[in-house]
Design a binder for this molecule. Structure first.
Ligand SMILES: Cc1cc2nc3c(=O)[nH]c(=O)nc-3n(C[C@H](O)[C@H](O)[C@H](O)COP(=O)(O)O)c2cc1C
Length: 446
């Protein structure tokens, strides 16, 4: 079955969503807004909720952009997932935590705690941080280089996975008579010493009902893909073109197999903004209402922050110049340039295609139209499912749950009931064995 993630943003994914008459512009920092979103998504049987994050403002490091968009306001997602765990039962709870500005012990503990609190529904989106401005909040003058960030991320992931094995299943004895709380043989130090980290352990959170949280990633560069092939169980991606998405899908699966993993052990979920109406005209009108609110100046600032230089000095209706070689988001910018070259777009036409939805693909139409578009990629080995970006909240999400999901279910493409209790059950992912338990079993057999 198709896997569906819901990418949540308090007001909606279109850059101008907060200006939609049906949207509460204060929704970004109101708990009730997220509770309603989570409950609607669970009613729609989504696999997971996903909250992106940076420890700084998103997008261009530009005050004018902050004053005219919602990019400067963001609740800390792991805190919010803790609250959502209490008001949901089945839906997975995924948030971003950066390997560049956090310590692995913190991240291991945050997500293991959400996993315990939610009964095994947590997922960690491992990123190396795309916001250059994050450096300024952590005593740095500059963002570390792309390659260095990924080298740290690789060791970071190893440490987190090691800490998540600190407690084996059944480690807690809690024998009041003997006064023994833990089985010493099932409690483990990590004693990791590496180039970037020295971490003794053990973690303080017991083994999760799903073994450990699901690891998600979203890197698209060579380094990003390789790390995903080795450690990710879900990979989000920005893809505008079917053939390019198929190539990315095949590449990720091939890398996983090269690391000795089964191709199904990693799910590829491209992002897609869906705009649904009872007619194509109604859907188009919803989309164009927000597109008409786009500011060319802010759009050019945003594209410039991606391309690595100021595009406002180029003719707006002229061709799209090449980005600087050392851009931050290598994968995402490559997708934008390929789109501009494929469709021979001007700078104006490019921002009209990508700025509103931050580079993600957009599909506008009736529920049947959108289901067709998703089914083609799913059956065409370009996706195992999708990370859905509703145009606005709540209305954009209601349209998905009330119109699109029933259409996907009618076609036998999506679940009508949750399979189990944990995020791994939803995604059909195996429960990871505990390395120490495996080691002891092998010794016993030996
Ligand atoms: C769906 C999706 C969600 C992402 N979420 C975040 C995020 O929350 N925080 C962040 O810093 N980067 C986020 N990214 C950016 C990626 O982690 C990564 O930096 C970007 O894809 C470029 O990776 P690359 O340099 O390996 O190509 C996201 C990317 C995608 C496609």
């Amino acid at each position: 079955m198709m896997k569906l993630g819901l990418f949540i943003e308090g007001t909606g994914h279109h850059v101008a969503a907060w200006r939609d008459p049906d949207v509460d512009p204060h929704g970004r920092q109101t708990l009730q807004q997220y509770v309603d979103i989570a409950r609607t998504a669970e009613r729609g049987k989504f696999d997971l909720l996903f909250m992106a994050d940076t420890n700084a403002t998103f997008g261009p490091d530009d005050v004018e952009t902050w004053t005219r968009t919602t990019q400067a306001s963001r609740l800390e997602p792991i805190t919010l997932l803790g609250a959502l765990a209490a008001v949901t039962e089945h839906i997975g709870l995924v948030a971003t935590a950066t390997t560049t500005y956090f310590e692995p012990f913190h991240v291991a503990r945050f997500f293991a705690s959400i996993d315990q609190i939610s009964g095994g529904r947590a997922g960690w989106n491992l990123v190396t941080s795309l916001a250059v401005a994050e450096a300024y909040n952590f005593g740095r003058d500059a963002h570390p280089h792309h390659g260095d960030r990924y080298a740290r991320a690789r060791e970071f992931a190893k440490v987190v996975l090691g800490l998540w094995d600190s407690f084996e299943d059944g480690a807690v004895i809690a024998d009041k008579d003997s006064g023994v709380y833990l089985d010493r043989a099932k409690l483990h130090f990590l004693d990791h010493k590496g180039k970037h980290f020295a971490v003794r352990g053990p973690l303080t959170v017991h083994r999760s009902p799903q073994g450990h949280p699901v690891i998600v990633q979203a890197g698209q560069s060579e380094d990003g893909r390789d790390l995903a092939g080795e450690t990710a169980e879900v990979t989000f991606t920005v893809q505008q073109d079917f053939d390019a998405a198929r190539a990315f899908y095949a590449d990720i699966k091939r890398r996983a197999v090269a690391y000795g993993r089964h191709p199904d052990a990693i799910k590829v979920l491209p992002g897609v903004m869906t705009v649904i109406g009872h007619s194509r005209a109604e859907a188009q009108a919803k989309y164009e209402r927000l597109q008409s609110l786009l500011s060319p100046e802010l759009a050019i600032k945003d594209l410039s922050s991606h391309f690595g230089f100021d595009l406002s000095t180029y003719p707006l209706d002229g061709p799209v110049p090449d980005p600087t070689p050392d851009v931050e988001q290598k994968g995402r910018v490559k997708v934008m340039v390929e789109l501009a070259r494929r469709d021979n777009l001007s700078i104006r036409q490019l921002y009209e295609r990508v700025y509103g939805q931050r580079g993600h693909r957009v599909v506008v139409g009736t529920a049947a139209d959108v289901a067709d578009a998703l089914e083609t990629w799913y059956r065409g080995s370009a996706a195992d499912g999708f990370n859905i970006l509703p145009l606005t909240f709540p209305r954009g999400l209601d349209d998905i749950v009330d119109l699109l999901i029933p259409e996907l279910q009618r076609r036998g493409l999506f679940r009508t009931a949750y399979e189990g209790k944990t995020l791994r059950d939803n995604l059909g992912l195996p429960y990871p064995p505990n390395r120490w338990a495996v080691g002891r079993a092998q010794k016993d057999v030996g």
